[in-house]
Design a binder for this molecule. Structure first.
Ligand SMILES: Cc1ncc(C[n+]2csc(CCOP(=O)(O)OP(=O)(O)O)c2C)c(N)n1
Ligand SMILES: [Mg+2]
Length: 789
């Protein structure tokens, strides 16, 4: 492997010829993969398959230069979603992908629409799809790479660069700028964003002046910027007499006109140029000798299509060091295809006739479409040698690009104080347990070393403070705590150092989830098993929701602690209520969500979360907590039931006609109502729900198992079994009641679901619980209604 910054001689003519063959091959394969999926493969449902031939075409030279010259095995790449087929074609050439998978583009089992870590195999470093997120993730991945290296937790491989190959429209996403600011604060290094600046998004050609601004923004954030506007042909033309005028004309040409002329071709270029510059003899001396196709080639010779120039510029940046670097590579969307430059080409597909012509031009014989060596100017052996000469062709490890790290032992019991008879909240309990682990004593030492916490400016108010005081704030540079040095009283001791274990973020919840995604993939990316914990106010999970879903989609492993939650944070502000989060927890895949009411349940669930995030078929976990202080019970719990989602506080009698079920901090209201209910209905049961998500997941999983002919009973079916067939359930949740109303479907029972379905009222708890029907009277009314049927 080449060390970063090593000077490598410029590619020889032969090598450049070989790289141009690779470009042809990638253009062909990506276009064919999409064509095959849409026009050749049988279509069973009549639905469009889709794919983006134009988006692929515009990034061919960039990806050739990167993958076959510049990237090293240890570099990690997020590829813009619509270049998925190019990425897979790259891997086909590298012998890391099968043509059969590519034939199956967008089919089950075939390659996915957009590169996917979980479904497309180990070559995918980062999934992409929701534009902007993959780009920003590279910045956090680099930060986390530094983190694990500075903590001595990595596998000892050379540090890589985190690279995003981005579409230009991705820079319209706000999360990009949030990530830039955060990256600047953390002095992020070794990040490259290569922007495929085709000046087209999905709908249209983008405004001209925007990127002047964007370039400045990058520089302000401490980035190096390379603007790769013109390729070597145009650069040479500009050097000639009249070249200045030609360059000025192109520089002044609006994006939309440039695109239209590109689509129309040489004749249109000539007409437009002559209309403006026809009287300039020097310009004519450049233009007149050129045939129309040569003129079109010259006028579209942009920097992002010149592999020679791209390599030179990438290498210059490489030699310049580890400063984050952005490349604005001018390109034409659809370059080399019949709809090049057309503003509507984003989802455009070549027709069968167009493909036939294209295929002939590529010299691909029918039946040989997937042959890697077909239609080249090189023998198969020569072509393979060109591929093998790429640094990236070397394997990162003998086992490939995915690293592994043994699980960290989680003690059977987390350190939790005896709390029975005392008042505390789940949020305080969480902070206390973490702080205790943070002492790093005895069997908690290794676990403490692997926990990394993060929070978007709510570290203190989510009770992470004591942990941070013990473990310190992470920074690549040591920075003292000025307040502490000046002996000014503060509960927070926030010196920053490379050994710190808390990463403090500004208020940007998408950054929180992107950082958790990066931290939660470190075992795979750098062989460093971390136990990442992120805290946020529950309502603001919504603010980062797409990034949270994205993190889980990549199978990142982390713990999200959202607190405070619900109406129960009451006087602090109706605007901060969270109503929908229990439903999000149920619907989010690869995220096991829980809401304990008491700290004994919390301790079980927290332990489970740290274990669950490390097992192959585990997932990320989410704890929804509260600041409401409850009198803690003295009892023995069945951990398995708590983890499975519900346990009986008071089991019902056999055949009982009613049960009360509560979740989270409304426990006291449910308990009080239950005491009264029991006076009338002696055998009623009181159920504590710790996870509607796990209950529902278990229920549907059991149904799936039964469909395959095997007996299975889910936890919720066991739980409800003692109740009479026509028993009623009254459920109580500080959140949307739909999270519980499905319980009636398990055994066909009646449910009266109490919860919150209106947003935004401040008040104290008595008023709010009365207003929303969660107080004891309302629960008793619901019981009466339920019993009456
Ligand atoms: C968050 C999000 N919003 C919308 C889309 C739909 N979409 C897919 S591609 C695209 C435009 C992409 O343009 P650009 O990034 O410039 O890519 P290219 O021109 O290279 O295809 C849009 C809006 C998406 N994938 N993600
Ligand atoms: Mg674009």
């Amino acid at each position: 492997m080449n060390a970063p910054g090593a000077i490598i001689p410029a590619p020889t003519r032969e090598r450049l010829h070989g790289l141009r063959q690779i470009e042809r091959k990638l253009l062909w394969l990506s276009a064919w993969t999409i064509h095959n999926a849409n026009h050749i493969r049988p279509n069973r449902d009549g639905l469009k398959v889709g794919g983006h031939q134009a988006s692929c075409a515009s990034v061919i030279s960039i990806m050739t230069a990167l993958y076959f010259d510049v990237l090293r095995p240890q570099d990690r790449v997020a590829v813009k979603p619509h270049a998925g087929p190019v990425f897979h074609a790259v891997n086909l050439l590298l012998g890391r992908q099968d043509a059969a998978n590519m034939e199956g583009l967008r089919r089950m089992g075939g390659i996915q629409s957009y590169p996917s870590r979980t479904k497309d195999g180990p070559e995918v470093d980062f999934s992409t799809g929701s534009v902007g997120l993959g780009v920003a993730l590279t910045s956090f991945a680099s930060l986390m790479q530094d983190y694990v290296r500075l903590h001595g937790l990595d596998a000892g491989l050379p540090p890589g660069r985190c690279v995003a190959i981005a579409g230009d429209a991705e820079l319209d996403e706000g999360n990009i700028y949030e990530a830039l600011l955060e990256g600047w604060k953390h002095d992020v290094r070794n990040v490259w964003w290569v922007i495929d600046y085709n000046r087209q998004s999905l709908d249209s050609v983008v405004p001209d002046r925007l990127f002047g601004r964007i370039e400045g923004l990058f520089r302000d954030m401490g980035w190096n910027v390379f603007t790769l506007k013109y390729g070597r042909l145009l650069q040479a033309a500009f050097e000639r007499p009249g070249g200045d005028a030609l360059q000025r004309w192109i520089d002044d040409c609006p994006n939309s006109l440039y695109s239209a002329l590109t689509f129309q071709g040489g004749g249109a270029w000539r007409a437009a140029l002559l209309a403006d510059l026809g009287r300039d003899a020097a310009v004519r001396a450049i233009l007149d000798p050129l045939q129309d196709d040569e003129l079109a080639e010259l006028m579209t010779n942009l920097g992002g299509h010149d592999v020679d120039y791209l390599i030179e510029q990438f290498r210059l940046a490489d030699a310049a060091g580890d400063q984050p670097t952005c490349f604005i590579a001018y390109t034409v969307k659809g370059m080399g295809l019949p709809f090049a430059g057309h503003k509507d080409n984003h989802s455009g597909l070549m027709t069968r006739d167009q493909m036939e012509t294209f295929q002939a031009g590529m010299r691909i014989r029918p039946g040989h479409e997937w042959d890697v060596a077909e239609g080249l100017d090189l023998t198969p052996g020569e072509f393979q040698a060109v591929i093998n000469a790429a640094p990236f062709a070397e394997k990162l490890t003998p086992a490939g690009r995915r690293l592994a790290s043994d699980p960290i032992h989680i003690p059977d019991r987390l350190p939790v104080a005896k709390l029975a008879g005392r008042r505390t909240s789940t949020q305080a309990g969480f902070g206390d347990i973490l702080a205790e682990i943070g002492r790093g004593q005895g069997e908690y030492a290794e676990m403490a070393r692997r926990i990394v916490t993060t929070s978007p400016d709510v570290t203190v108010s989510t009770n992470l403070g004591p942990w941070v005081n013990r473990r310190g704030v992470f920074d690549r540079h040591t920075r003292n705590d000025v307040f502490r040095d000046a002996k000014l009283a503060s509960a927070q001791r926030w010196g920053m150092a490379p050994g710190g274990q808390h990463i403090e973020l500004g208020i940007a919840e998408q950054n929180l989830f992107l950082l958790l995604a990066a931290a939660g993939l470190q075992h795979s990316l750098n062989g460093a098993r971390l136990l990442p914990v992120g805290t946020v106010y529950d309502p603001f999970v919504n603010r980062g929701l797409d990034a949270l879903i994205y993190a889980c989609y990549q199978d990142a492993r982390f713990l999200l602690v959202s607190t405070p939650s619900g109406l129960t944070l009451a006087p602090e502000g109706g605007q901060h209520q969270s109503v929908n989060t229990p439903l999000i927890g149920m619907a989010a895949d690869r995220l096991a969500s829980f809401e304990p009411a008491y700290v004994d349940e919390l301790a079980i669930l927290l332990r489970h979360a740290f274990a669950h995030m490390q097992v192959p078929d585990g997932s990320a976990a989410w704890l929804r907590l509260s600041t409401r202080q409850l009198l803690q019970p003295d009892r023995v719990l069945d951990p398995e039931a708590v983890i499975a989602g519900a346990h009986w506080v008071v089991p019902p009698g056999q055949g009982a006609r009613i049960a009360l079920a509560y979740q989270g901090p409304v426990a006291p209201e449910a308990e009080a109502a239950f005491a009264e209910l029991r006076e009338d209905v002696l055998d009623a049961g009181l159920l504590a729900i710790t996870s509607p998500d796990r209950l529902h997941a278990g229920w549907t999983a059991a149904a799936r198992t039964r469909r395959s002919g095997t007996l299975a009973t889910s936890h919720i079916e066991h739980i409800l079994a003692p109740l009479a067939r026509d028993a009623a359930l009254v459920t109580i949740l500080d959140g949307h009641p739909a999270a519980h109303s499905w319980l009636g479907g398990v055994r066909g029972q009646r449910v009266v679901p109490l919860g919150v379905d209106r947003f935004g009222q401040s008040g104290d708890l008595p008023d709010l619980y009365r207003e929303y029907g969660l107080d004891t009277d309302a629960i008793l009314d619901a019981c009466a209604q339920a019993l009456l049927g």
